[in-house]
Design a protein around this ligand. Structure first.
Ligand SMILES: NC(=O)C1=CN([C@@H]2O[C@H](COP(=O)(O)OP(=O)(O)OC[C@H]3O[C@@H](n4cnc5c(N)ncnc54)[C@H](OP(=O)(O)O)[C@@H]3O)[C@@H](O)[C@H]2O)[C@@H](O)CC1
Ligand SMILES: [K+]
Length: 494
């Protein structure tokens, strides 16, 4: 499902108006959708509608009129003079035809709901002054808030709070969600997000060509390597996970188990001599091979059937790790780089980016924010918004970037980006990132394209955690994958 930035949404409105509808009709339908949500509250609920002077306020005027017609007690406060209203908003205000209070001077009811129609897609700067005071009063009022399009103060393109922002219980948006509904902190201010159909046809998207998506199976399911009846393990790739030494072997096993569960035909843990015995004792279906230093890795790379490598979980951020990364990147294999293999380049950033750009095979990096800042300090300094940071790093390196967090962003070098929305807080647990690395590696081994592989893995990771429920540890994730894969298969178009 596509996500539209506020400016892409304005294009959608324009295209819809050019084709089959009028601005008045769009405003009427948007306001009606808001009224429908408010009308789920009991009949005698007092409703305070707070309107700005733009189209967001116009939606508020329409909602106020419809709710009053339905018998609700509605008061309306306007931010600014009525003379500032123009076009369809002035028309909606005229049709309201009831008293208009000064939003900055009105008294709040003790109970009821507030409809926040102060600012939506037109937010263009930080909120300050008296409006900031009003937003703080709304948040301190204890009243339930229904936000129109976006909670006022949330940037629809980035999810950032511009100065202050309304905290809503529900948000009604139109046609498609915006990135700010999914990215933190905006997501937390939105409450439950409802998407209303206001009569904009999907075909406007062919002109707009959105580049940002919700990370859902429709985005990558067609390329997902569901097992084929005639398939055999050698057609499903061979994933190699590099292990750390004796004190850090669990991470490689977690990644390897995830890679095997997600369908890689063969999985090998490449282990330093000191850890061979412990891996061999705890792995059955997964193979174990000796791999000491870059020389050992070079030997493993001689077999071209080993087509995907996970490098980083539990590896020390040192020169030897850098040498291993350089070696796999120059081998034209699919490579997943995480953890120690990212941090190893904190002092060698220029070299790292140049090596990534020169890589012949697909590459995916999975930094959390701390690792990202370490390796891409220039980009982190330039871009405050997570979506922009991930895209800039993907463009700079030619790699797919999975910028992890509660609102993980997956960005491709061609500008596509997906925002993940199914990760429960229980995923923030030790070893969870190693499982994700293995999932991506396992899909890369099966030749799934890198952006799709990374997005699918992030979704499966979230799905497995959701299916497990409370008390999750990373060890539980590979065991939950069959259920997550079954859930995915059930969503497959027949
Ligand atoms: N397009 C369509 O057809 C449809 C659009 N729809 C609706 O329209 C909404 C977008 O409407 P919009 O573009 O008029 O912008 P909107 O959010 O009302 O704000 C503009 C006003 O805010 C002001 N302002 C900005 N930042 C500020 C700040 N920090 N602090 C204070 N003021 C600030 C800005 O002032 P200015 O910058 O001009 O001084 C201007 O006056 C969209 O969210 C959806 O609800 C639906 O009806 C469906 C059809
Ligand atoms: K709003």
């Amino acid at each position: 499902m596509e996500l539209l930035t506020p400016s892409e949404m304005a294009d959608a409105d324009r295209l819809a108006i050019a084709e089959a509808t009028t601005a008045d009709q769009l405003l009427e339908r948007a306001g009606r959708a808001v009224a429908d949500v408010a009308a789920r509250h009991p009949f005698n609920t007092p409703i305070l509608v707070l309107c700005g002077t733009g189209l967001n306020g116009g939606d508020g005027f329409v909602a106020a009129r419809i709710l009053r017609e339905r018998g609700y007690r509605v008061r309306l406060g306007l931010l600014g003079p009525a003379s500032a209203l123009g076009g369809e908003v002035a028309y909606a205000a005229e049709k309201w035809g009831q008293p208009v209070e000064n939003a900055l001077a009105l008294s709040f009811p003790r109970e009821g709901i507030i409809i926040d129609a102060l600012l939506g897609a037109g937010l263009s700067r930080d909120i300050g002054g008296t409006l900031a005071g009003l937003v703080e009063r709304i948040n301190a009022s204890g009243l339930q808030v229904i936000a129109v399009d976006l909670p006022s103060g949330i940037d629809g393109a980035t999810g950032q709070i511009r100065g202050v922002a309304v905290k809503a219980r529900e948000t009604v948006t139109f046609f498609r969600r915006k990135p700010g509904h999914l990215l933190l902190p905006g997501k937390l201010n939105c409450g439950a997000v409802r998407v209303a159909d206001i009569g904009i046809a999907d075909n406007v998207l062919a002109t707009i060509r959105p580049r940002t998506f919700v990370n859902q199976p429709d985005l990558w399911q067609p390329g997902f390597p569901h097992p084929e009846p005639a398939g055999h393990k050698y057609a499903r790739g061979h994933l190699v996970v590099l292990s750390a030494g004796i004190e850090g072997t669990g991470a490689a096993r977690l990644a390897a188990k995830a890679g095997l569960r997600v369908g890689a035909g063969l999985v090998t843990v490449a282990s330093p001599s000191d850890a061979l015995a412990i891996h061999a004792a705890s792995l059955d279906a997964i193979m174990v091979r000796r791999c000491d230093g870059p020389e050992g890795l070079a030997v493993l790379l001689e077999d071209a059937r080993r087509n995907a490598f996970v490098v980083g979980p539990a590896l020390p951020p040192d020169e030897e790790t850098r040498a291993k990364v350089d070696l796999v990147l120059s081998s034209s294999r699919a490579v997943l780089i995480d953890a120690g293999a990212l941090s190893a380049f904190a002092a060698e950033r220029i070299h790292f980016i140049a090596t990534l750009r020169a890589a012949l095979g697909p590459v995916v990096l999975t930094p959390h924010e701390g690792e990202f800042a370490r390796v891409f300090d220039d980009i982190a300094g330039k871009h405050a918004a997570k979506l922009d940071r991930a895209r800039a790093a993907a463009e700079a390196t030619g790699a797919v970037i999975v910028l992890k967090g509660a609102d993980t962003v997956i960005a491709a070098p061609d500008g596509r980006a997906a925002i993940n929305a199914n990760a429960p807080p229980t995923l923030a647990t030790a070893g969870s990132g190693d499982v994700l690395s293995g999932l991506i590696g396992g899909l890369l081994a099966q030749s799934m394209p890198a952006f799709e592989a990374a997005s699918a893995a992030v979704w499966l990771h979230g799905e497995a955690a959701n299916l497990f429920g409370p008390g999750l540890t990373a060890d539980d994730l590979p065991a939950m994958l069959p259920k997550a894969l079954a859930a995915l298969a059930s969503l497959r178009p027949s």
